[in-house]
Design a protein around this ligand. Structure first.
Ligand code: 0A1
Ligand code: ZN
Length: 854
């Protein structure tokens, strides 16, 4: 039975007990794994006499208190806990439990991924392994002995250093691991399996040798080199940028096919979704390569920001996640084009985080109320959390930011702390007052900045007036003003001046006196705050910013603003004549000397989800028609230029470096425009036939899918034949099928969900069909019959029993029904009500349904 009670940040109390050491023994078996845990426990207060340990879905075999076996009458056993009487100040407790990994399809706790045993303990999965104080502020030293069949599981892994190993009777063997760093249970991991192993080594800046090991499914070793290179780059970057060195003698990464999230930073033994490890040019796109590097870096950076200093409680999740995402974004920006990296960060925020923050699950980056913790691994905690850290970085500058990080580690190394502790360290190191800034941690919602400007021709004074509005959100009716850093550029005939403004109240104005004529303002350079902006600027002003701003983000954003303005007009009137001036402005941009990847971004229209955020509540079909009209208009206006670009880069041999990546990006951008014109449809087929890499193959298939072209099925059949044995590529195949724009898409979806390679038990596969349909096929997901919503709801009902975490992630597009017109809202709500009547509704889904339907 699920417990639907909410937990509140305000109720946090430290534990009355500490666990100093835990010795674990795993006797691995498909259905009857035996876990023996021996803990040394200390009372922190003399009055404490009852110890309640968390435990779920466990079969309790035996309990010993100070080596004495306890009878069932000596303890209290519930569905989710075990309570013991503790007499002594120092006690030992031994607990033996039995678990069934094969039937654990939730992929939390101990489960099997393919042939390997694997664990996932964050946030509260350790309690599915043994009874324990499963909370991040209880930190213990772990010793782990893993016993398993020698032939099936030659590699037995856990955290820390290997201290002994040997063989046992009956073809069994064991390995014992000791982790010298006290850690919370969520960072614990065990893996057992038969893998290919890629090894390397890294010498840290202080000269210590670290062994690097990446474990992948047999046959995939050659696909692990990029991950290994990324790991070494990350290690060097963290030393160079923050002076942070790795602290164990070994760093292991295991890639598994069944995993709910991207990866997990377990101490010294990261477990990764294979999607974020495996790559070669035939199977991975340039985006996959980029993401692998970013996720490898993210998990590596957690070793300091998360593991050495961890969270006091789960409400503080952004302490480790916001900071670590910021660090991985900075790393990616240093490794690639900083502007393109930033643009991609901003697209995620605008298309997904803003929607979350305005929807029924809106919460501050430090939530105050949680029913199911897994529901709070959100874009808000991660991405907006990173934006909040970025604002701190903008306010204090890199040098002081580094000093703040130094002070944070000096104060808190080895401890479990709060977001407030982090900001206080920053404020002290930089000697600034961040009292008002802290409100970002407790206030949800996206601020809206309204900008007005005035130029007094006589006095030559330019005035910028900025107001902030913080609209009520579902979780919080009353809002207050936030401390918002606003980077601007003032562009005039004297050149471009950059300024940093700090908005600290509802409305402020700034005066500038050094201009002869009205300057043009580039507002929110680098996207210096996670806000929406309402600022009317003429097409001419936007065109000037597009060419004259120093900040590449501002150049890109001015172009996006032009697109949004045009789409707004097309929504209001489908017969609106788009002015040809737009083509002239874009033609200049196409010829600019910016790097090609940036030009490709400049020609990428805001996506459907970003635009929903702008125009909600909106009829999605009207919006899609407007987007398509604009895209076709640009394609027609610039078809010669696009064709020339396409031809220039079409026949290049694959290479994996920044210039080649930029060339593929701009070529495939040109392709996506040309494909909106039927006379160019055969280019996609040719590209598919000639491609020597996945970036180009996928781009051609994608444009065939989204334009519903006739050759799509033949191309897909050939793709399936070639890749049917490569799981990660077949995920792409399912996603392409789901994105297909043809009236028979529902028959296709039914067939695909019965395809022999489809399984709801594999999260990547489930996402590749269901997530891709809801996200990448808005025309059919939102079709007026409600069939799209019904398809999603059917799948969620099935996933509720199999994997509640995945079910709960996929329901996002239904709970945000308020973004659409009334008819669609009703159809979406009907499906939500249907899901809510499930007899065994998980608490993951229940929390979201209650929020959406209340
Ligand atoms: N800490 C990991 C993310 C993660 C969270 C929960 C998981 O299972 C429920 C798995 C991974 C990270 O930020 O990478
Ligand atoms: Zn993380």
């Amino acid at each position: 039975m699920s417990d639907f009670t909410a937990r509140y940040l305000k109720d946090y109390r430290p534990s009355e007990f500490t666990i100093n050491t835990i010795d674990l023994t795993f006797e691995l078996d498909d259905h009857k794994t035996i876990v023996t845990s021996e803990m040394s426990v200390t009372k922190k207060s003399t009055t404490a006499n009852k110890l309640t340990l968390d435990g779920e879905q466990l079969k309790l075999i035996a309990v010993f208190y100070n080596n004495q076996a306890l009878a069932p009458s000596d303890y209290q056993l519930n569905d989710d806990s075990l309570t013991l009487s503790i007499i002594d100040c120092e006690s030992t407790i031994k607990i033996i439990t039995e678990i069934d990994p094969v039937n654990n399809t939730s992929l939390e706790g101990l489960f099997k991924s393919g042939g390997a045993f694997c664990t996932q303990c964050e946030a509260e999965g350790f309690r599915r392994i043994t009874y324990y104080l499963d909370r991040p502020d209880v930190m213990a030293r772990f010793t782990t002995k893993v016993i398993a069949d020698k032939t099936l599981y030659p590699f037995l892994l856990s955290n820390g250093n290997k201290v002994s190993s040997g063989t046992l009777d009956g073809n069994f063997h064991y390995v014992t691991w000791e982790d010298p760093f006290p850690k919370p249970s969520y960072l614990f991991a065990v893996v057992a399996g038969d893998f290919d192993l890629l090894t390397d080594s890294y010498v840290t800046s202080s000269g210590r040798d670290v062994r690097l090991e990446i474990f992948v499914d047999k046959g995939n070793k050659d696909k692990a080199h990029h991950a290994m290179a990324s790991l070494k780059h990350s290690m060097r970057w963290d030393e160079d940028t923050f002076g942070l060195e790795y602290d164990l003698d070994i760093y292991m990464i295991v890639a598994v096919d069944f995993f709910n999230m991207g990866a997990m930073e377990n101490k010294g033994l990261n477990v990764f979704n294979s999607k974020f490890v495996l790559a070669d040019k035939e199977t991975a796109t340039d985006t996959d390569y980029f993401n692998i590097e970013a996720v490898i870096a993210h998990e590596y950076f957690h070793n300091w920001t998360g593991n050495r200093v961890t969270c006091r409680d789960w409400f503080q999740l952004s302490l480790k996640e916001g900071l670590t995402v910021f660090r991985d974004q900075q790393f990616s920006a240093d490794m690639h084009s900083a502007a393109v990296t930033r643009i991609q960060n901003v697209r995620v925020l605008r298309s997904q985080q803003f929607a979350e923050d305005a929807g029924p699950m809106s919460h501050p980056i430090r939530p105050e109320k949680v029913i199911e913790m897994n529901n709070f691994y959100t874009l808000t905690v991660y991405e907006k959390g990173a934006e909040v850290i970025r604002m701190l970085h903008t306010l204090v500058g890199q040098e002081q930011f580094k000093q703040g990080i130094d002070l944070y580690f000096k104060r808190f190394d080895g401890q479990a702390v709060t977001c407030e502790d982090f900001i206080n360290a920053m404020a002290d190191a930089a000697s600034i007052d961040l009292t008002l800034f802290k409100r970002w941690y407790s206030q949800s919602g996206t601020p809206l900045l309204t900008v007005e400007e005035n130029f007094d021709e006589q006095s030559k004074e330019y005035t910028l007036l900025v107001k902030q509005t913080n609209h009520p959100t579902k979780d919080q009716q009353v809002k207050a003003a936030l401390h918002i850093p606003i980077a601007i550029e003032l562009i005039s005939e004297c050149g471009t001046k950059a300024k940093l403004l700090e908005l600290k109240s509802n409305s402020e104005q700034w005066h500038f006196n050094d201009f002869k004529t009205k300057p043009i303002v580039g507002f929110l350079a680098g996207f210096s705050a996670p806000v929406k902006v309402n600022f009317t600027q003429s097409n001419n002003d936007l065109a000037t910013i597009m060419t004259k701003a120093d900040d590449e983000f501002l150049r890109w954003d001015a172009g996006q603003k032009l697109y949004v303005d045009t789409i707004a007009k097309l929504i209001a009137d489908e017969n609106y004549q788009i002015p040809l001036q737009l083509i002239d402005i874009l033609a200049v941009q196409l010829k600019s000397d910016s790097d090609l990847a940036l030009i490709a971004e400049q020609f990428t229209l805001p996506n459907f989800h970003e635009l929903v955020e702008q125009f909600k509540p909106v009829n999605p079909i009207v919006l899609l028609n407007a987007i398509e009209q604009l895209k076709t208009f640009i394609a027609q206006g610039l078809q010669d230029e696009f064709l020339a670009i396409y031809k220039k880069h079409a026949d290049k041999i694959y290479q994996n470096h920044a210039d080649a990546i930029g060339e593929r990006a701009i070529k495939n951008m040109a392709l996506s425009y040309l494909m909106t014109l039927s006379s160019y449809h055969d280019i996609a087929e040719q590209q598919y036939a000639n491609s020597d890499n996945m970036t180009d193959s996928l781009a051609s298939l994608n444009s065939a899918a989204t334009n519903g072209i006739a050759a799509f099925d033949t191309m897909m059949a050939s793709f399936e034949k070639r890749w049917s044995r490569t799981a990660l590529v077949m995920d792409k195949w399912f996603s392409l099928q789901a994105a297909y724009k043809g009236n028979d898409v529902f028959e296709r979806l039914t067939k695909l969900s019965q395809h022999p390679l489809f399984s709801l038990k594999n999260p990547n596969r489930a996402r590749s069909l269901i997530g891709a349909f809801t996200h990448s096929n808005p025309r059919f997901f939102h079709c007026s019959t409600g069939k799209g919503y019904q398809f999603l709801a059917d799948q969620i009902c099935k996933l509720n029993d199999i994997n509640p975490q995945i079910a709960s992630r996929l329901i996002t597009s239904l709970i945000q029904f308020k973004d659409f017109d009334k008819n669609r809202q009703e159809l979406m709500k009907q499906q939500l009500v249907r899901i809510s009547t499930l007899s065994s509704l998980s608490k993951d889904l229940k929390e979201k349904l209650d929020a959406a339907l209340s």
